[in-house]
Design a protein around this ligand. Sequence first.
Ligand code: SIN
Length: 519
Amino acid sequence: MTHVVVVGSGIAGITAALHAQAAGCEVTLVTKRGLADANTTCAQGGIAAVTDASDDVELHLRDTLAAGAGAGDAAAVRVLVTEAPARVSELVAAGVAFDRDDHGALARGLEAAHSRARVLHAGGDATGRAIENALLARLRESDVRVLEHAFLVDLVVGAGRVTGVELLIAGCRGILPADAVVLATGGAGQLYARTTNPAVATGDGIAAAIRAGAAVADLEFVQFHPTVLVGTAEATAGFPPDGGAAGTPFLISEAVRGEGAVIVDEDGRRFLYDTHRDGELAPRDVVARAIAARMADQGGRPVLLDARALGPLTLGERFPTIDAVVRERGWDWSREPVPISPAAHYLMGGVRTDLDGRTSLPGLYAAGETACTGVHGANRLASNSLLEAAVFGARAGAAAAGDTARAWPAALGGQAVATDRVDTDTPAGPDAPTFSRTALQHLMWADAGLQRDAAGLRRAAATLAAWAATPREPRTVGELEDENLLVLARAVVAAASTRLTSLGAHHRTDEAALLVEAR
Ligand code: SIN
């Protein structure tokens, strides 16, 4: 029987595993920590889908492409939006109790850059947790074999095809053979000093795919979420400009703005209409950059999210998780605005796949944030991430189950990473910091973050190259994760260095100068 190994236990991984098993395969799901330690569990806002006659998949398609700055793949987006209702029904059947309105219909929230309210949510702002719990229950009822605390060290490649995975379990390395491998290890928010992502988001699958020579694409497009609470009311010094944080950053969902919260500067002025006609509900990249610019004008001090108009009842009922954390940190946000800053949130790029999750490497599939299906273009539309993971996780699982005997299709777009071609003419210098995860995160925040320019990217590339050239022997999970972050940081910087003009989430502050130079 065909054996499919799925790496990752978020919505993409579990969906892929269940669909591969439904297609008649033997399936093993491996995950580096416990099953529920996935970024999916943290998702607040919800899952976007057309579920009501007042909406239309053509509008969802148009909004997705527009938010992606026109860089999305229209064929992939069409698959995303047309298969969304079926995947939502599957989640409901799995037991996800999406919130309902007074008439029993699915409650639909509005989020930035959506032309209709179409974001389904559960437990108010606990959508990811509700989905993860329901899928885990399904997984436990299934025959999928689960290996927890099993870290993906590398892909095993033989005769031009992926033939298994090398795992680190309880300090021992071993090989698990597979006819097909689906990577669903999530994104890499841990590349940055300030991120909404949990500690597990270290890009392990993408890094392993890069080492194995699989094509990747769009890695320069890193989404920064605009509204992240940092620190506590007592320690609001949690906003140093280098991205360092006095407290763990905590996401305040875009849905809060969808319900009417506004963003003001320290003088109490709403400034987002200066940049975009949709103000607080403009695409995420636009809002994040405008906030960063305003913070810079204010000497690095945070801007404020003012949710007072929603009142304590709505805040508590519609956003119970956020309400509890904001209050725990010392603010009564029904009475006072709270300080916020952008933070790294989502990687639009990843391992290049076709519409069935196939990568450029035979036997290897990818789904969810690990993959680059092209649906997000240069900037993801809010609440399309859980959706992408559900739609393309299902497709990847089914394809992995059925494809192994067939010829691998012709080449995909994207390319293998070639960090050696990146210009690093600025030497790393004697004062370059020694390699550590924290040093890497601060470097990426400063030089490859919300705003980029050639000098910063060259500086980052030089330091990363020097770190990569230093011999190390990673043994522990933490050390292996650090190496993965280094591989990915180099790939992100390489991609950002070659895109000389701004597009979506990739913003070059020096593009005017570069265009003059190029003439
Ligand atoms: C949010 O709730 O604002 C995040 C949802 C998303 O990233 O799409």
